[in-house]
Design a protein around this ligand. Structure first.
Ligand code: NAD
Length: 367
């Protein structure tokens, strides 16, 4: 007999309620007693192809928090793949626990067996707290894994391709606003000069831009400023700079009421995910201030494009860069659509992604 307090808890949090709210196809809970593995794999939508998305390991405060995170992240992957013209669906996995203490060969291989059990409906890759080495362990149990080292036929570190996509997306936004896509002489601030931010600064400086950088890591600041002659500014000062372009490449939600009021730039184009704290409110605030936002989930899709090139087999970096180059045209189309329809660029990007999924869904109806 089920105890009444258990029933009460079940009523308060409905798993199917959460799953159906965002329209997921399948959610798999994985548990393994010997290794202590607890993971959730979420497949949001497979209309365009198998669901590809990284595995994040995080010490979530509760199972509920982990579920909400994996549902939100997997849905985001659906739209990122769709807008990038890839034949991939959206998926993601989260492993609950402390990556420093729990990860081992057995732990990751057990996770790999769960990925294998889905028969290719879900393909994994690296994400926060999972590395190339973990993908190698997963690959011992399944072929449905990307992000492998180049020595194993993989695409290696995706950050250079992500940075390149962000760079061409930025150029498209600059073309829209200034009439020419040249960055020569432009003043650009880059927040976060980690993997992606560092490569982005290189592209910007090579094109003749004046670049201002900030980071919480003194080591990265020192290295990037010396390597590319970029100017170091304070972590908060970055929002008040008199620049043409602001490139958030560290954190999400840096476009909020406080920061938008301070920004003096005409373009925002960076690699960070979920830059708008509130998509509608802050998207509209940017329009009112005359600031053009290059949609983040489009211009940071280079990493996904890179693992897609690996998934197709016979990885070739040129193919990944060619696909990332297309971000320029897509970005320009979205910015034009947003202007014509008087909607935010984020909304215009979502429209385009949804339309592709809808159109391709109809194609697949014919056998
Ligand atoms: P990273 O961890 O290598 O770099 C992030 C940098 O931001 C670090 O140097 C860190 O010290 C700095 N940082 C953190 N908090 C900061 C703060 N408050 N102010 C200033 N700097 C701060 O990560 P990354 O791989 O370069 O990714 C950067 C962003 O791009 C992330 O938001 C990530 O989700 C997104 N992204 C990355 C990829 C990829 O291929 N790596 C793909 C898509 C999206």
């Amino acid at each position: 007999m089920i105890e009444s307090n258990v029933l009460e808890q079940v009523e308060q949090f409905s798993i199917f309620g959460e799953v159906s709210k965002l329209g997921h196809e399948q959610v798999v809970f994985c548990h393994d007693e010997p290794t202590g593995l607890k993971a959730i794999i979420a497949i949001h939508n497979t209309v365009l192809g198998p669901a590809l998305g990284g595995t994040r390991m995080w010490n979530y405060a509760s199972d509920q928090e982990a579920l909400v995170d994996v549902l939100r992240l997997s849905r985001g992957m659906t739209f990122k793949a769709a807008i990038s013209g890839l034949n991939l669906g959206g998926g993601k996995a989260v492993i609950i626990g402390d990556a420093k203490k729990m990860k081992s060969e057995a732990f990751m291989r057990r996770f790999g067996r769960f990925v294998e059990s889905l028969g290719g409906r879900y393909i994994t890759a690296e994400d926060v707290n999972t590395k190339t080495r973990d993908m190698e362990y997963i690959a011992m149990e399944t072929n449905h894994v990307t992000g492998l080292p180049e020595s194993m036929g993989g695409g290696g570190d995706p950050s250079p391709v992500t940075a390149y996509g962000t760079y061409v997306g930025m150029k498209a936004a600059v073309k829209k606003v200034y009439g020419s896509d040249s960055l020569a002489g432009k003043k650009i601030s880059v927040q976060g000069v980690g993997q992606v931010g560092g490569y982005l600064v290189k592209h910007l400086v090579e094109e003749g831009a004046t670049v201002y950088i900030t980071d919480i890591s003194e080591d990265r600041l020192k290295y990037i400023s010396q390597e590319y002659k970029a100017h170091v500014v304070g972590q908060d000062e970055i929002y008040d700079l008199d620049v043409d372009i602001y490139a958030p490449c560290a954190l999400g939600a840096t476009l909020n009421t406080n920061t938008i009021n301070r920004l003096k730039c005409k373009v925002v184009a960076g690699a960070a995910n979920n830059q708008l704290a509130d998509e509608v409110k802050h998207g509209n605030m940017l329009i009112e201030k005359g600031i053009t936002l290059a949609p983040d989930f489009l211009i940071n899709a280079g990493g996904l494009i890179n693992v897609y090139a690996e998934f197709l087999g016979g990885y070739k970096a040129e193919l990944a860069y060619q696909q990332a180059e297309k971000i320029y045209d897509t970005c320009l189309t979205i910015l034009n659509n947003a202007e014509v329809q008087h909607i935010t660029t984020q909304e215009a990007a979502m429209q385009m992604a949804l339309k592709r999924i809808e159109d391709m869904g109809k194609v697949k109806l014919a056998y």
